[in-house]
Design a binder for this molecule. Sequence first.
Ligand code: MG
Length: 237
Amino acid sequence: MCKECGCGGENHKENKKVVEALTKVLDANDRQAQENREHFEEYGVYAINLMSSPGAGKTSLIEATIEALGDSVKIGVIEGDLETDLDAQRVRSKGAPAVQINTGSACHLDAFMVHNGIHQLPLKDLDLVFIENVGNLVCPASYDVGAHLNVVLLSATEGADKPEKYPVMFRHADLLVITKIDLIPYVDFPIESAIRSARKIKPGIDVIALSCKTKEGLEDWLDYLRFKVRINKRALK
Ligand code: MG
């Protein structure tokens, strides 16, 4: 699917040249990611990279967060999708600035794409930036985009064993958000098994379970964000 990260080729692992080229790409990406973090810090902005499979509710969580926090935390969004600016439009309709990045055939955002997005956001007016990555549980985990926190979403409509099936993504995450918990009575999603599966891969990972529809658990997420934004500002004083 994506030429750049090598996920589309069956023989890539055996191809030394491809591995070397990929290592160079990742080294350059890491340098740009560090520069992105410095940009955010210059303006006292806390940045969160949201990752999940398609349809887990990343955009819905961003919308619910903007609505709930209002002017108390000023939010900007960098939206990553293969095509369309539909998600950026959804975010803008909630009153927050949003930049859409279309990755074309690339199945992840990289630090260079995010850097372009950063320069189109009014960072001086913001406290928090969400980077909504392309819906994919594999490739985005390999690319540092320059965020301060990596969050992975897992919805109740997915398998509770996903953390063990996609270990790189869950190991890479600082926080697991279980979404759509209002659907748990109607689907086969043993939430305790999902948390156990995630903690097998990433011992001690924080977990927040919520529903953007009923708002159950949403306050835990908002408290978490308020805390992160507050200590980020203090650290920079
Ligand atoms: Mg989305």
